[in-house]
Design a protein around this ligand. Structure first.
Ligand code: ADP
Ligand code: MG
Length: 735
């Protein structure tokens, strides 16, 4: 290391912007309104694009029809009304003696923005107006304001970075560039927390080069390695935080060694077992199906976690219908084998009730040891706990959990209630975790130990059918291990999805429903989502059911299911639909997740464009749950292109992972990372989609750094303090 006092990022975070030259109160306030308070904040405002002054477009070379970016100074501006009554602003721009014309229609404010002396970049198509080249309504980047000439043009390199100017805050790109340039010059060389061999290994330039290269490149191409290094740093900090968090959790945790023997997974249905065999073994030998290869593999991973002394935190991703419930059940039985209890938390009552019913069916005949009864065995007990369970029953379930006479409890977020305590809680399974808030998930996980008399941390398995792309998962759930069910149970046929636009296609759809019902199968009709109001949604479902029963589905047994119905009513309707007493179920999105009626072979989704892509895929997943050919019909005309894209994507793919990628692309990363990412830890340069290799490298380095221990990490820890709040810092860092 050289003797020069190399600059730490955190030192820059301590320097308020007001210490820069030419930056009075007004500018300080303007910057602050953009969330820029200190010099570090400034240095992470990255250019939107670059203007290469050596490659200035010669105006005489511009051809009509070209898309071009032209830089120039406003020399004249005027406005008038056209004959059609539109406001037209007429701007003459000059560049080195050449001049050209820019006109704006219906943008009267341009006259105030582009006053004489303003220098700006104009992006647009060159057109011809009476023999003169001009641009109409181009995109404008003001580089230098009429009076804001604080930056010394002679000092700016050949390539000028264009910053996101803020009209609202009254800051031009030029001013921003000036502040950043001054910050860089005064900061001097940066301290680099990476060694030169680490930089070499990951093909990274040093930090000084990176900050200069992105803000003040000599040549435009310098920005590429600069961006690479800075994006790497973003990922590295994020991954390091996750690694440290994981270490902390591990250091303070007290896991349970469950007796989960992987050999018990090789049991096939019908194999003989004894009462001394494990529950896992007895369950698999008595089950309808044998495990799919993917279920087997995932359960091996889970068995590895559960039998280790560290608590399991595993995320199981499996497309709709891939058979996650069976995996959860086997894991739960391993917990019971150790004399402990299991929790299964579902996001909706309908799903919780379904789980209780199917678990009871699947576990029928299984018994667990019980010293208090003759023969030392009692039937395994599965109980329901939701907000709608009546007080007396609820108390009985709570008592059972305390005493240990209830083995598995299935419920909704009602399980999070304070008074739910366990004799010995071994495993928590959270189904369809994407439907829960981050906090709810954390509550169960963090309180698991306190809630259980055993005083140990239960294992946690979270399951989701809404896959998120791997890179996003690494960023969002970096503190979890991953398993993927990447195989459907045998004999499944891809669901045929059709977007019925023409009247004839819609008729065909209802005809299909009748045909399937006639063949002994069942159908869902999903009513459109109504602006977050369960009540209105319920009404519209009621009306739609009546309408269909009188018209398209006349003569069929049509049932109704919506969120405003009482638990008991819902249960009864689901029961009738399962048995076939009801042939068609008109429902709101209450059936979105998890509902499993294998005989259902058609789903009609009305006004389908109102649903998100992931939600549509989930809804579609209610069919195709047997070896029957299934169908999904999308109805309605999207009012916008977005909606059209979603429906086309759904028609084009049956693969949840592929759809997740498309969804991410359509909605942007921001929405996905939104809730988790805050403030300065935002990924500003790094992109999940295109920077996967960088992310993997950063993760590798973060893991090895974390293993070196905090003392060796002092510099990185110091830097990380910029990115976490005080509470988190206290938790994560020793000193
Ligand atoms: P999801 O992953 O969507 O929660 P489920 O667990 O509801 O899927 O399973 C979907 C359907 O597949 C259910 O009807 C279930 O009984 C069936 N299933 C699960 N595992 C297997 C298997 N190994 N072989 C055949 N069918 C299976
Ligand atoms: Mg499920």
């Amino acid at each position: 290391m050289s003797d020069a006092p190399a600059r730490r990022l955190r030192q820059l975070g301590d320097v308020p912007v007001s210490q820069l030259r030419n930056i009075g109160e007004k500018r300080t306030a303007a910057l602050s309104s953009l969330g820029i308070d200190n010099v570090f904040d400034l240095l992470t405002v990255y250019p939107r694009r670059y203007l290469d002054r050596t490659k200035r477009v010669d105006l005489s070379d511009l051809n009509v029809g070209d898309e071009a970016a032209v830089f120039g100074e406003v020399v004249k501006v005027s406005s008038r009304r056209t004959r059609q009554g539109r406001v037209m602003v007429d701007v003459t721009v000059s560049d080195d003696g050449d001049s050209f014309k820019v006109v704006f229609f219906n943008q009267a404010w341009r006259e105030r923005q582009l006053t004489t002396g303003v220098q700006a970049l104009f992006f647009g198509k060159v057109s011809d107006y009476k023999g003169q080249r001009q641009m109409t309504n181009p995109v404008v980047d003001v580089i230098v304001g009429a009076s804001g000439e604080e930056r010394d043009p002679s000092k700016v390199g050949r390539v000028v970075a264009i910053y996101p100017a803020s009209g609202k805050a009254g800051l031009t790109s030029w001013e921003m560039g000036g502040f950043i340039e001054e910050s860089l010059r005064r900061a001097g060389p940066f301290f680099d927390p990476l060694t030169s061999s680490e930089r070499e290994e990951f093909d990274l330039v040093d930090r000084t080069q990176a900050y200069w290269g992105i803000h003040l490149p000599q040549e435009e191409i310098d920005k590429i390695p600069a961006r690479r290094r800075l994006a790497f740093d973003e990922f590295l900090r994020l991954q390091l935080l996750l690694a440290l968090r994981r270490q902390r959790v591990e250091a303070s945790s007290q896991g349970i060694r469950h007796p989960f023997d992987v050999l018990d997974l090789d049991v096939t249905p019908g194999e003989t077992v004894t009462r001394a065999s494990s529950l896992v073994r007895r369950f698999l030998s008595g089950h309808r199906y044998s495990l799919t290869n993917a279920q087997h593999r995932v359960l091996e991973e889970i068995a590895g976690d559960m039998s280790s002394s560290l608590p399991m935190h595993r995320l199981l991703q499996g497309d709709v219908g891939s058979g996650k419930t069976m995996v959860a059940l086997a894991a739960m039985l391993a917990s019971l084998d150790g004399g402990r209890q299991g929790v299964l938390m579902a996001p909706t009552e309908v799903l919780a009730e379904q789980h209780v019913a199917s678990l009871r069916r699947d576990l029928e005949g299984l018994s667990v040891p019980d010293d208090s009864v003759l023969g030392g065995q009692r039937p395994l007990s599965v109980q329901l706990l939701t907000g709608r369970v009546r007080a007396k029953e609820r108390q009985a379930v709570l008592d059972g959990l305390m005493q240990g006479s209830v083995d598995i409890v299935v419920g909704t977020h009602a399980l999070l209630n304070e008074d739910v305590r366990f004799r010995a809680l071994g495993l928590i399974v959270i189904d369809e975790q994407h439907r829960f808030g981050v906090e709810q998930r954390a509550t169960l996980r963090d309180q698991g130990r306190e809630r259980s008399n055993e005083g140990a941390d239960p294992d946690v398995l979270v399951m989701t059918a809404t896959p998120i792309p791997r890179t996003a998962a690494m960023v969002l759930f970096g503190d979890l291990n991953f398993s993927v069910l990447d195989e459907m149970p045998q004999g499944r046929r891809p669901i045929e999805t059709k977007w019925a636009r023409e009247e004839s296609e819609v008729n065909e759809c209802w005809q299909r429903v009748r045909q399937e019902v006639a063949a002994g199968r069942r159908a869902y009709v999903i009513c459109a989502l109504v602006e977050d109001s369960e009540k209105i949604e319920a009404t519209s479902a009621v009306e739609e059911r009546t309408r269909l029963a009188l018209n398209e589905l006349r003569g069929l047994a049509v049932g109704l299911l919506h969120g405003q119905m009482k638990s008991q009513e819902k249960e009864e309707v689901m029961r009738q639909f399962r048995t076939g007493e009801l042939e068609v179920l008109v429902a709101t999105v209450v059936i979105e997740v998890g509902v499993d009626v294998p005989e259902a072979s058609v789903i009609v989704i009305e006004d389908a464009w109102r649903f998100g892509l992931a939600q549509l895929h989930q809804l579609r997943g209610r069919v195709g749950r047997s070896d029957q050919q299934s169908y999904c019909f999308l109805l309605g005309t999207p009012p916008n292109e977005e909606g059209e894209k979603r429906l086309n994507a759904l028609v084009g793919s049956n693969d949840g992972f592929e759809l997740a990628e498309i969804d991410l692309e359509m909605r942007g990363e921001g929405t996905l990372l939104g809730s988790r990412q805050q403030g300065r830890s935002d990924l500003k340069l790094a992109r999940l989609k295109t920077d996967e290799e960088l992310l993997l490298s950063a993760q590798r380095l973060a893991t090895s750094m974390a293993e070196r221990g905090e003392d060796a990490l002092a510099e990185m820890v110091d830097e990380l303090r910029l990115f976490v709040d005080d509470d988190e810092a206290t938790y994560l860092f020793k000193s």
